[in-house]
Design a protein around this ligand. Structure first.
Ligand code: HEM
Length: 535
C-alpha cells in the first residue's frame, strides 16, 4: 500500500515537473537569466516568426538595428537569433571571439542527411571543419589563385567574343553563366566547360537543383524563416529532431535525400578521379584537386570527404560570382558617367590596340574601387551565412546563449550612411582618397572571422578581369523597346533568398571602336588555341 502511494507521488511529481518545465524555463529566461540584447517584443510564449517577412528580411533586420542598436536579438522558434548591424559589432564578436562564434546552426535534412555532414559550408566548427578548410586554403590562398589567371584570361577573351556575337538582349546572361561555370570547374578540377549543354554542366546543374530543393530552401525554413519550399512533411525533422529516435527504417524523411546523396557522391568522385588520372600522366592543370590530392593524408581527409570539398567552388562560387557580374552590368547601365570614367582610366593605361590583363591591375585604381563598389552597392549575400555560438557569452552586459544563430547583416553594414554617404548612389570614389582602413581593406561582403569566404581571392580575380575587359571592349547601354524607347531596369528589382541577384534585365553591348571587334576576334582565336590543355 505504502509502495503504491509512493509510486503515485513520484509519478505525480514527474508529471508536475514535465508540465511546469516550459513555464519555469520561460520564467528563468524572462526574469532571472541575464538579459539578451534588445529586440522586437514577443509575447510570453510566442516567438518572433510572425514579425519576420518571408522576403528581403535583411531590410527588416536593418530597421531593428536602427531602433534597438547594433546587436539585436529575437527568437525564431526556440532558437535565439542575434543580428549584428555594424561592422564593429561583427568584428568584436565574429572575429575577436571567433573561438565561440564560428559554428553553424544544425541543419538536419540539408547537411546531416543529404550531405552526410560533408559540405564544409554547413559544418560546425571542429576537427572535421578544419580538415575541410585545409584543402580550401591549399587551393584558394592568394598565392595559389595566381595560377588560375591564365585560364581566367583565356575564358574572358572567349566571353568577349560570345557577347559580341550575342543575338538577343538577354543572351549575355548565358555567356556569363558558361564563363563563370568554366572558371569554377577549372579552379576545382583544371577542366573547362565549353557550353552550357556540356554533359558536366547538365549533371552539375541537376545536382545544384537538387541541392537547392533539399538544402537551400529548407535551409531557410529550418532556420525558422518562412520559405517558398513546398515539400510538406520532408523537413519536419528539422523542427522535431526527436524524430531521429525513430527506428531508421521508419525515418521516411531520409529516403529521398539519401538516394540523392548517392548520386552526388558518385559525380564528385568521378570528377576527382579524372584529376588523379591526369596527375599520373602529368597532364593535370593547376587546380584545387591537383594541389590537394597528393596531400590528403596530411589533411586527414578521406577520398569522399575530399571529393565533397572539391565541389565547393561549384556550389558556393558560381551563383555568387554570376550575381556580382550582373550587378556590375546593372550599375553600368544606371550610372553611365561612372562607366565613362572607368573607360577613360582603362584607355589611358591600356590604349586601344590590346586587351587589358592582370598585369594592369596596379595601374587601375578606379577599376579596383569600382569592383569594391559593385560588391557594396548591391551585396549579393545580404546576411552572409549564419554563424552559431558554441558557448555562452557576455557582450557589453548582454547575454548571448550557446546555440544562438548569429547573422552579420552585411546589407545594413554596406548601406550605413555614416560610412557610405548616399548609399544608393554607385560611387567608386568613396573607396579612393580615404585613410579609413575599413575602406582600404574593404571585405565586408565576404563575411567575417574564421568562416570568411575562402573564395574571396579567386572571386576578386574573376571580377577584375571581367570588369576591365568588358569595359575596354563595350559601351553597356540600355536596350530599346518596339517604340525605340530605352528600357531602363530598376535598381531595386532583386530576387530574395540567402543570396540575391538582379531579376533578368535586357541590355546591349556596343563595341567601342572599329578596331575593338578585330582585337576581340584575334584574342579569342588565340585563346581557342590555348584551351586544349584544359579539355
Ligand atoms: C563575389 C563573390 C562572392 C561573395 C560575395 C561571397 C560571399 C560569401 C559570404 C558572405 C560567405 C559567408 C561567410 C561567413 O560565414 O561569415 C561565404 C562563404 C563561403 N564562400 Fe563565398 N563568396 C563569393 C564567391 C565565392 C567563390 C568564388 C567561392 C569558391 C571558389 C566561394 C566559396 C565559399 C565557401 C566554401 C564558403 C563557406 C566558408 C565556411 O563555411 O567556412 N565563395 N562567401
Amino acid at each position: 500500500m505504502k509502495d503504491t502511494s509512493s509510486l503515485a507521488n513520484t509519478l505525480g511529481l514527474a508529471a508536475l515537473c514535465i508540465l511546469t518545465f516550459p513555464l519555469l524555463k520561460k520564467l528563468y529566461e524572462n526574469i532571472w537569466r541575464p538579459k539578451l540584447p534588445p529586440g522586437p517584443p514577443r509575447s510570453f510564449f510566442r516567438d518572433n516568426r510572425p514579425d519576420v517577412p518571408s522576403a528581403y528580411f535583411w531590410k527588416t533586420f536593418r530597421s531593428w538595428s536602427m531602433q534597438y542598436g547594433p546587436v539585436v536579438s529575437f527568437y525564431l522558434g526556440s532558437t535565439p537569433v542575434i543580428v549584428l548591424g555594424t561592422s564593429e559589432a561583427a568584428h568584436d564578436l565574429l572575429e575577436k571571439r571567433g573561438d565561440i562564434y564560428s559554428g553553424r546552426p544544425r541543419i538536419i535534412v540539408g547537411q546531416e542527411i543529404y550531405s552526410g555532414g560533408m559540405r564544409g559550408t554547413g559544418m560546425s566548427y571542429g576537427p572535421r571543419y578544419r580538415r575541410w578548410k585545409s584543402l580550401m586554403q591549399a587551393g584558394l590562398n592568394p598565392t595559389a589563385v595566381v595560377n588560375y589567371r591564365p585560364i581566367q584570361s583565356i575564358e574572358s577573351s572567349i566571353l568577349l567574343r560570345d557577347i559580341l556575337n550575342s543575338n538577343g538582349p538577354l543572351q549575355y546572361k548565358d555567356h556569363i553563366r558558361r564563363f563563370v561555370a568554366s572558371i569554377m570547374f577549372c579552379v576545382a578540377y583544371g577542366r573547362r566547360i565549353k557550353a552550357l549543354a556540356d554533359d558536366l554542366v547538365v549533371r552539375n546543374m541537376k545536382t545544384e537543383e537538387l541541392s537547392t530543393l533539399v538544402s537551400r530552401q529548407p535551409f531557410l525554413r529550418s532556420l525558422g524563416f518562412k520559405s517558398s519550399a513546398s515539400v510538406p512533411g520532408k523537413f519536419i525533422v528539422d523542427s522535431w529532431p526527436v524524430l531521429l529516435y525513430l527506428p531508421r527504417f521508419l525515418q521516411w524523411f531520409r529516403w529521398e535525400p539519401e538516394k540523392m546523396r548517392q548520386l552526388d557522391a558518385e559525380q564528385y568522385m568521378a570528377a576527382m578521379n579524372d584529376v588523379k588520372r591526369q596527375l599520373a600522366d602529368n597532364s593535370a592543370q593547376p587546380s584545387m584537386a591537383a594541389y590537394s590530392l597528393t596531400k590528403l593524408a596530411e589533411f586527414g581527409l578521406s577520398d569522399v570527404e575530399a571529393a565533397y570539398a572539391l565541389s565547393s567552388p561549384w556550389s558556393a562560387g558560381v551563383g555568387t560570382t554570376i550575381a556580382s557580374i550582373e550587378v556590375f552590368i546593372l550599375a553600368m547601365l544606371l550610372f553611365p558617367l561612372v562607366q565613362k570614367k572607368a573607360q577613360e582610366e582603362i584607355d589611358s593605361v591600356v590604349g586601344q590596340s590590346r586587351l587589358p590583363g592582370f598585369q594592369d591591375y596596379g595601374s587601375l585604381p578606379y577599376i579596383q574601387a569600382l569592383i569594391k563598389e559593385v560588391t557594396r552597392w548591391r551585396c549579393i549575400a545580404p546576411m552572409g551565412l549564419p554563424h552559431a555560438t558554441t558557448a555562452d557569452d557576455m557582450h557589453e552586459g548582454m547575454f548571448i546563449p550557446k546555440g544562438s544563430t548569429v547573422y552579420a547583416n552585411i546589407y545594413a553594414m554596406t548601406t550605413d550612411p555614416e560610412i557610405f554617404a548616399d548609399p544608393d548612389e554607385f560611387r567608386p570614389e568613396r573607396f579612393l582618397d580615404t585613410s579609413n582602413p575599413g575602406l582600404i581593406n574593404y571585405s565586408i561582403p565576404f563575411g567575417f572571422g574564421r568562416r570568411l569566404c575562402p573564395g574571396k581571392h579567386v572571386a576578386q580575380q574573376t571580377l577584375f578581369i571581367t570588369t576591365v575587359r568588358i569595359l575596354w571592349a563595350f559601351n553597356i547601354i540600355p536596350s530599346l523597346d518596339e517604340m525605340g524607347n530605352q528600357i531602363i531596369p530598376s535598381a531595386e528589382d532583386f530576387t530574395s533568398g540567402l543570396t540575391t541577384r538582379p531579376t533578368p534585365f535586357p541590355c546591349r553591348f556596343e563595341p567601342r571602336q572599329g578596331s575593338t571587334v578585330e582585337v576581340v576576334h584575334n584574342e579569342a582565336e588565340r585563346a581557342d588555341a590555348e584551351t586544349s590543355a584544359w579539355e
